[in-house]
Design a protein around this ligand. Structure first.
Ligand code: EPZ
Length: 429
């Protein structure tokens, strides 16, 4: 199993190209199931989760080809990929595939809408929480689907097409919003989704669906209206820059110090998090080519945050922000409201010398003047990267084990950071 070795203490100076967003690319790839034409996606990041979803889509009959520039010539790394679901050969998403990546459960929406049936394994829990699928079931039922749960599978049918309806999400869910929006594009009549997720990835998906011929209004607000059409066509669409990768590197600079241009980043995708970073004393300067992040030696001010659905502070940046707060000049409180078990980095940060106590869903972080490198264990994607950030600022050597978590969501992490002066390398075994 690969590990990452970091020797902390260097300032970060230079530029980091921001990749296409994993969490935008995944639903966009799944949208290719809605049409028998080719959907061309630009700026698809090269990540383990993307490769896994390519395999899952292949199982349903989706062909793909990569036609971007060769990677060696491509500074931005991400690729252009064509997806063609001319013949859906299988409407079953088996346990062996869905259990590896929760987002693959989302194929249920397009398969049901286009083929009138889907049999999809329940994804089960995962490290960060129980993550049920009740909203997907309830929402698809509202669109007229017959749903049974049997032997760990959701069996869904819509004999005479899905029917448009009004559905009010009892809780904001990004995945359920993606799925119901995709399903409603091919339903008969109008669907109104209320209390929908407003994340930029939902907007990116809606724009792609519109380019494919869907009639969608209101994506990015909490009410999305979809007028169903008979069929969708192919399109060409670009994945937005990754706001979580952007925020992660911004926090790395805030913590290690330095001056870095996050190339291709868009401030509007994470303004809430950037505002918080600015309060910590980090300079955030939006420029034409991205966002410049700079911190001098004057120290990190503590700031309290609570995770919230967009446009609030994202749960996917909570672990990284906690990393930053471990070296703040004072006490901060970080409250997690989206997932019930997303504090697994706390124990590992403590191994580096952080002072953190947990009170329910709130972590109280008492800043220390220095961290000291140690071997640590990655537990999930964002927790892992918080350990990398902390390692960059810690004295001495940090080795992060179980790096496969990082490979799910950070494209060429070591290369990007070492390009800015960090001492970081992958140890293969
Ligand atoms: C997406 O997950 C992201 N994943 C997550 O990123 C992100 O943390 C999350 O949204 C919140 O922003 C992808 O986009 C691939 P939710 P998703 O449905 O859609 C509860 C990362 O690190 N819920 O918005 O699965 C759920 O348990 C990942 O890249 C139900 O109760 O999240 C949670 O408490 C991790 N019933 C809350 O809603 C349901 O049927 C929000 O989850 C569905 C969700």
């Amino acid at each position: 199993m690969d590990r990452i070795r970091i020797v902390g203490g260097n300032h970060l100076e230079g530029r980091i190209p921001i990749s296409g967003a994993k969490n935008a690319a995944l639903p966009l790839m799944i949208a290719s199931l809605l049409t028998d034409d080719t959907l061309t996606l630009e700026n698809v990041p090269h990540l383990a989760d993307v490769e896994q979803l390519i395999r899952i889509l292949g199982n349903h009959g989706v062909d793909y080809s990569v036609n971007g520039r060769r990677e060696s010539q491509n500074e931005g790394y991400s690729r252009t990929i064509n997806f063609t679901a001319r013949n859906i050969v299988d409407t079953t998403a088996p346990y062996e595939l869905v259990s590896k990546m929760r987002a693959s459960f989302w194929v249920i929406g397009p398969l049901l809408a286009r083929m009138g049936e889907a049999k999809v394994s329940l994804p089960g829990g995962c490290a960060i929480g129980t993550r049920p699928v009740d909203l997907f079931i309830e929402g698809l039922q509202a669109l007229g689907a017959d749903i049974d749960v049997d032997s760990g599978y959701i069996l869904s049918k819509a004999k005479n097409r899905l029917r448009g309806n009004r559905y009010v999400f009892p809780k904001v869910s990004v995945g359920a919003t993606h799925v119901l929006m995709m399903a409603a594009t091919l339903a008969r009549g109008e669907t109104v989704l209320e209390n929908a997720a407003r994340e930029p990835e939902v907007v990116n998906l809606a724009e792609c669906l519109i380019a494919m011929g869907a009639k969608i209004d209101g994506a990015g607000t909490s009410t999305i209206t979809i007028e169903g059409v008979d069929a969708l066509s192919g399109a060409r669409h670009r994945v937005i820059p990754d706001r979580i990768e952007t925020g992660t590197y911004a926090m790395a600079v805030a913590m290690a110090g330095g001056d870095v241009l996050l190339e291709g980043a868009r401030a509007d995708l994470l303004q809430g998090a950037l505002d918080v970073l600015a309060q910590t004393g980090t300079e955030i300067i939006p420029v034409n080519s991205g966002i410049r992040v700079r911190r001098n030696g004057s120290g990190i001010s503590p700031v309290d945050v609570t995770t919230e659905p967009f446009p609030g502070f994202p749960t996917d940046l909570q672990a990284q922000f906690m990393g930053l707060m471990t070296m703040a000049k004072g006490k901060s409180r970080i409250t997690e409201t989206i997932f019930e078990n997303r504090f697994m980095h706390v124990q590992e940060l403590a191994r580096l010398g952080a002072h953190i106590t947990l009170a329910g869903q709130t972590a109280i972080v008492e800043g220390v003047s220095k961290l000291k490198g140690a071997p640590v264990m990655a537990t999930d994607l964002r927790a892992s990267v918080s350990l990398v950030i902390a390692g960059l600022a810690a004295e001495g050597e940090t080795v992060v084990n179980r790096v496969y978590h990082l490979d799910r969501g950070f494209e060429r992490l070591e290369e990007k950071l070492s390009g800015c002066g960090a001492t970081i390398e992958r140890l293969s075994s």
